[in-house]
Structure formats: structure tokens, C-alpha cells
Design a protein around this ligand. Structure first.
Ligand code: TZP
Ligand code: MG
Length: 210
């Protein structure tokens, strides 16, 4: 995989836009593809999208929008969905799925990301939560910058890394200096009145620190 694809990684599902209807939510994500993000993860935990045919159809439409904008398209947890649509990648948490099973079930070209542990066959690591977050109810204790640095020091296979959890513009320069390849965010963009402006800030703060 290309490490640059991790630099501005937006993660969201309908649950992250509780005031929007499903069609407004879809339009919001389609617009987000045009802001300058490099990757998007379909992390759908919303009550309105439990029906698998509806999820599949939505994922396909968002995948098309991502493709048109040259944004890598990842699916959270749902290997069957990722396979059905031929997603660019699948991302799982260490407690969600057995990672070796995911690697075995997916074609070699599909990017496999895991939050936290370093396992052969993986393409990148999600590291977090780095800071406190209110987005994920069952988030573990934040690592902090010191904990992040320790995790990166143990990344002996030099896998690409993306940090997640409580990331704001204020912390981006320090994160860029740790050697992370990118940051994954939910609320920084889902709650931004002008996401394009925030993504531009992300790009320039990252570039200055590198
Ligand atoms: N995994 C670890 S923290 C987190 C996920 C999905 C939520 C990150 O959300 P935010 O709003 O960027 O803190
Ligand atoms: Mg997960």
C-alpha cells in the first residue's frame, strides 16, 4: 500500500451525524470525499442502517464517490461487505475479528488494517486511542504521545501507521513529528462547519512538521 493514503483518513458512519437524515448523511459523506481527505472508512454503527441490502447499496454509492475523488475506501469490520464491493481495504479492531482469518479471507490486493498489534500479513496499523475521545463509547485508555512513541518504537516491521482518537488541529504537528504516517479522525471532520478548510489545515500542519 501507499503510506500517503493514510495521511488524512476520515472515519464515520451515520451515527456520527445524529442530526441528519440518512439521505442528508449520504450527501455529507459524498461532499467529504471532495475535501482533500486521502482515505475514508465506512464505519457504520447506526440504527438506521442495520438492513444488509441498504448497507450494501449505500456502501457501493459511497465507494463510487470515493473512487471519483481518488480517495481510498475502507470498510470497518465487515469482511463480507468489503469482499462484496471490492473495497480498497478492511479495518478491524483487535477484539472485533481474528486478524489472521481476515487476512486469509481477503484477496492479496485488499489492504488489511488492524488497530494496535503488529501481525505478519498486515498492511498498516491503526494506533489509538491517542487522546481521550467521546466518539467511541468503549474506547480504551488513551495512550498519550509517550504511549504512541513506545508503540511506534515496537513497530519493527515498519508497517505504515495511522493514529486515531481525540485528534485535533492543535495536536497534529506533535503527531506528525512522532513518525506516524497519518491521522484518522471522526469528529474533527464530522463536526466541522467547513470540512474542506479543516482538511487544508491538516495538510499544511502535517507538511510543516514533517
Ligand atoms: N477508534 C479508536 S478512537 C475512535 C475509534 C473509532 C474514535 C475517534 O473519534 P474522534 O472523534 O476522532 O476522537
Ligand atoms: Mg471495529
Amino acid at each position: 500500500m501507499n503510506k500517503d493514503d493514510l495521511q488524512r483518513y476520515f472515519v464515520a458512519g451515520s451515527q456520527d451525524f445524529p442530526t441528519l437524515t440518512l439521505s442528508e448523511y449520504e450527501a455529507k459523506i459524498v461532499a467529504m470525499m471532495q475535501t482533500g481527505i486521502t482515505a475514508y472508512q465506512f464505519r457504520e454503527k447506526g440504527a438506521g442502517l442495520t438492513d444488509s441490502a441498504t448497507r450494501l447499496a449505500l456502501a457501493r454509492r459511497l465507494q463510487a464517490a470515493a473512487k471519483a475523488a481518488d480517495v481510498r475506501f475502507f470498510i470497518d469490520d465487515d469482511v463480507d461487505l468489503a469482499l462484496a464491493i471490492g473495497a480498497d481495504g478492511i479495518h478491524v479492531g483487535q477484539d472485533d475479528r481474528d486478524i489472521q482469518t481476515v487476512i486469509a479471507e481477503t484477496p492479496p490486493e485488499m489492504i488489511v488494517g488492524l488497530s494496535v498489534r503488529n501481525v505478519a500479513g498486515l498492511d498498516y496499523l491503526g494506533v489509538g486511542p491517542i487522546f481521550a475521545t467521546t466518539t467511541k463509547a468503549d474506547a480504551a485508555e488513551p495512550l498519550g504521545l509517550a504511549g504512541l512513541t513506545t508503540v511506534l518504537a515496537h513497530n519493527e516491521h515498519h508497517l505504515p501507521t495511522v493514529g486515531i482518537g481525540g485528534i485535533s488541529l492543535a495536536t497534529l504537528p506533535a503527531l506528525a513529528r512522532t513518525g506516524l504516517d497519518g491521522v484518522a479522525v471522526v469528529s474533527l471532520l464530522s463536526q466541522a462547519p467547513d470540512a474542506t478548510m479543516i482538511v487544508q489545515e491538516m495538510t499544511s500542519l502535517w507538511g510543516m512538521a514533517e
